[in-house]
Design a protein around this ligand. Structure first.
Ligand code: S3P
Length: 446
């Protein structure tokens, strides 16, 4: 997206029952990795169901700038990869726009190459901490030639002649950090080990194995995962069908639970257990959510989700669940605003370093719309109003954050008064079809 596009406000109003069957776009995490690993592997990779959001397209552009050939034919993306170890030095800075995943994983991917790569991004991405990825890369011999204060973008990396494999214990629950180190290990002779005390989404491990990497995972008696990858191996192009993104599915899902009388089906949603925390929590809150036709597709669990309007009750969401629903707290907080009693969400420290400080952005958005909530250092509690009486009427600052934008538009569908967001542009980073899909279900958004 144009970093300087003028803001486009949007307003959601109390809606009648939602109905219909929809498909949400492909999973963002898998789509980024499909472009990256396809661009890296030897031979041809074919991808269907790819999320064609701004963030993922940036990753595709970066892979093209480093030698991959990526083309779309009909519904299929076809990639001719360069071969592991054979990425080319990009002639210009790689612009990742708003994409934390694309930029952090690519830093790992190219950091260990004997070449110079510059990373730039939009105002939101330039505020996000990159030290969490740069620290392990430094241990492997990567130089951070230039960076904005606090290890932020714009930054330039220069790899060593021969990168050293390391053993690295990930200090925070972050699939991006885990993945960056594993990808750096692909270009270091020997075995790189990532120790992961708290399990996060495992798409990198699963997909790299699928591309032929010599990667093994061992879980010790304390539940700590030890992921070992052998560097300099051969990766071979694959055929990938990307399932629907459970994080995107969260928006129509919560909307249908909130608006009385709704009955919708969201088809073909990824149900990888590292991603299902929102569904579990909403079921605990009393939400009518049925998983239809559960199946395995391309090594991932997938299901169709039937959702019916429900009366929700507040719950305590344990901190251990945070990694399996880290991107879903904004929309869960909106669900909590209409639940009976209090919902307490804990273990939210990572929300402070997302596309915005999501904990603060959610709390301010709820307050602006009359919701009684308390923001703690790493927790949020919300006291709901099941009938939505008195709620709404505010304008939410989205801080260049797509999930804040979509969550508060969902809120407006059940609030007594309309909810306005200051800018809907960023929705295109992860869910370009959001407005059309929601209106197709019967939502009043303009
Ligand atoms: C992602 C990991 C998560 C998540 C992000 C996608 C990934 O970030 O919030 O949207 O694809 O690896 P962290 O690793 O920072 O938790």
């Amino acid at each position: 997206m144009d970093h300087h596009a003028s803001p486009k406000p949007a307003t959601a109003r109390k809606s009648k029952a939602l109905s219909g069957s929809v498909r949400v776009p492909g999973d963002k995490s898998i789509s980024h990795r499909a472009f990256m690993f396809g661009g890296l592997a030897s031979g041809e990779t074919r991808i269907t169901g790819l999320l064609e959001g701004e963030d993922v397209l940036r990753t595709g552009d970066a892979m093209k700038a480093m030698g991959a050939v990526i083309e779309k034919h009909g519904d299929e993306w076809i990639i001719q990869g360069v071969g592991n170890g054979c990425l080319l030095e990009p002639v210009a800075p790689l612009d990742f726009g708003n994409a934390g995943t694309g930029s952090r994983l690519t830093m790992g991917l190219v950091g260990t190459y004997d070449m110079e790569t510059t990373f730039i991004g939009d105002a939101s991405l330039s505020k996000r901490p990159m030290g969490r990825v740069l620290d392990p890369l430094r241990e492997m011999g990567v130089q951070v030639v230039k960076a904005a204060p606090g290890d932020r973008m714009p930054l330039t990396l220069r790899g060593p002649k021969h990168a050293a494999p390391i053993s690295y214990r990930v200090p925070m629950a972050s699939a991006q950090v885990k993945s960056a180190v594993l990808l750096a290990g692909l270009n270091a002779a020997g075995v790189t080990t990532v120790i992961e005390p708290v399990m996060t989404r495992d798409h990198t491990e699963k997909m790299l194995k699928g591309f032929g990497a010599n990667l093994e995972v061992e879980t010790d008696a304390d539940g700590v995962r030890h992921i070992r990858i052998e560097g300099r191996g051969k990766l071979l192009g694959q055929t990938i069908a990307v399932p629907g993104d459970p994080s995107s599915a969260g928006f129509p899902l919560v909307a249908a639970l909130l608006v009385p009388g709704s009955d919708i089906v969201i088809e073909n949603v990824l149900m990888n257990p590292t991603r299902t925390g929102l569904v579990l929590t909403l079921q605990e809150m009393g939400g009518s959510i049925e998983l239809l036709n559960p199946r395995n597709a391309g090594g991932e669990d997938v299901a169709d989700i039937r959702v019916r309007g429900s009366e929700l009750k507040g719950v305590t969401v344990p901190a251990e669940r945070a990694p399996s629903m880290i991107d879903e707290y904004p929309v869960l907080a909106v669900a909590a605003a209409f639940a009976e009693g209090e919902t307490l969400m804990q273990g939210l420290d990572e929300l402070r370093v997302k596309e915005s400080d999501r904990l603060a952005a959610v709390a301010r958005g709820l307050e602006a719309n009359g919701v009684d909530c308390t923001e703690g250092e790493d927790w949020l509690s919300v006291r709901g109003r099941p009938d939505g009486r008195g709620l709404g009427g505010g304008t939410v600052e989205t801080h260049l954050d797509h999930r804040i934008a979509m969550s508060f538009l969902v809120m407006g569908l059940m609030s007594e008064k309309p909810v306005t967001i200051d800018d809907a542009n960023m929705i295109a980073t992860s869910f370009p079809e959001f407005m059309g899909l929601m209106k197709g279900l019967g939502a009043t958004i303009e």
